[in-house]
Design a protein around this ligand. Structure first.
Ligand code: HEM
Ligand SMILES: [Ca+2]
Ligand SMILES: [Ca+2]
Length: 329
């Protein structure tokens, strides 16, 4: 039987971390495919290698996909489901529409895995493997990745609209949003470091340039020269789809320059800069520590990615292993 004896390994769905990511027992474990599909990660990495060589931004897009999956119904590949008679796709939510990328790469990975190990590797695990592989191939840390997630048969468009924080969020709002997922302020700062790679559209930060507080004034925490540079990319009207790197110093390199830029007032999104200026909790100290010590950032990023990846997984007999990530079986 291709599914192997991993299926329903037993302790799965009763692990009881309360559906939360932060610490605790998830029922997932790194060796989940050791016997049923030992080559799973190699297949993922070979597709990633090609896709990222072809377009370095793809690493960023795939990392973000896992985040947008985990914050809505947990890490269950709900984000990958297309519209159908029974599914209102999360792809149409405000944070996702015209923004999420990388679905074709996930499709390619899934097709190769179905050939090698039919009906074995879930789409939710593919998202987690692709996020880790993208981090590694961009120069970031590697980590032991708990596996064994199964795929949802539902999606939540409304959950996608409410659970994924907006780029103009205040620090208390960000902390609340993460807390609801069982993640703490260290997770928030470490995972925001994912913005060391990738790109954002003007629409997501334009408010900071022209009307941060309802008085037609720019965000006072923005460095002046950075502000003028951003204005040249994002005019007051139009240009909403123009793009700017989240970490302009090294947009394709997974390093700690994101935090160094925050110290210089050169964070792109409000949600980035408030980690330093927001004055709640110890996020400011964490930003300073991560900008001082890349190793420390890498260790925390790895740990927090595991925490995020543990949010409400479907295990044991719950959910299914989709044959095609875009639709339920
Ligand atoms: C803390 C709250 C967060 C907010 C408010 C936020 C917001 C955003 C926004 C607005 C964009 C640009 C989207 C666009 O222009 O279409 C973006 C891109 C990105 N985000 Fe986040 N994000 C957050 C957390 C995270 C986390 C936890 C990760 C992963 C660990 C992540 C990874 C990324 C990456 C890699 C990109 C670039 C994607 C690409 O270039 O295709 N973000 N984020
Ligand atoms: Ca999900
Ligand atoms: Ca970088």
């Amino acid at each position: 039987h291709p599914v192997g004896f991993n299926f329903g390994w037993g302790w799965g769905s009763h692990g009881g971390n309360g559906g939360h990511g932060g610490g605790g027992y998830s029922g997932l474990f790194p060796e989940f495919y050791q016997f049923s599909c030992p080559q799973a990660n190699d297949i993922v990495m070979s597709v990633l290698h090609k896709a990222i060589a072809n377009n370095p931004r793809m690493a960023a897009s795939l990392l973000r996909l896992h985040f947008h999956d985990c914050f809505v119904q947990g890490c269950d590949a709900s984000v990958l489901l297309d519209d159908s008679a029974t599914i209102s796709s999360e792809k149409n939510s405000v944070p996702n529409k015209n923004s999420l990328r990388g679905f074709e790469v996930i499709d390619e990975i899934k097709a190769k895995l179905e050939e090698a190990c039919p009906r074995t590797v879930s789409c939710a695990d593919i998202l987690a493997l692709a996020a880790r592989g993208s981090t590694v191939l961009s120069g970031g840390p590697d980590w032991a990745l708990p596996l064994g997630r199964r795929d949802s048969t539902t999606a939540s468009l409304s959950g996608s609209n409410t659970n994924i924080p907006a780029p103009n969020s205040t620090l208390p709002t960000l902390l609340n949003s993460f807390r609801r997922q069982g993640l703490d302020e260290v997770d928030l700062v470490a995972l925001s470091g994912g913005h060391t790679i990738g790109i954002a559209r003007c629409a997501t930060f334009k408010q900071r340039l022209y009307n941060q507080n309802g008085h037609n004034q720019p965000d006072a925490t923005l460095d002046r020269s950075y502000y003028f540079g951003l204005k040249s990319v994002c005019p007051r009207t139009g240009g909403d789809n123009n793009i700017s790197p989240l970490d302009f110093a090294s947009p394709a390199r997974f390093d700690n320059t994101y935090f160094k830029l925050l110290l210089l007032g050169k964070g792109l999104l409000t949600s980035d800069q408030v980690l330093l200026t927001g004055n709640v909790g110890t996020t400011m100290e964490l930003v300073k520590s991560f900008s001082d010590d890349e190793n420390l950032f890498f260790q925390h990023f790895a740990k927090s990615m595991v925490n995020m990846g543990n949010i409400s997984p479907l295990t044991g007999f719950k959910g299914q292993v989709r044959k095609n990530c875009r639709r339920v079986n």
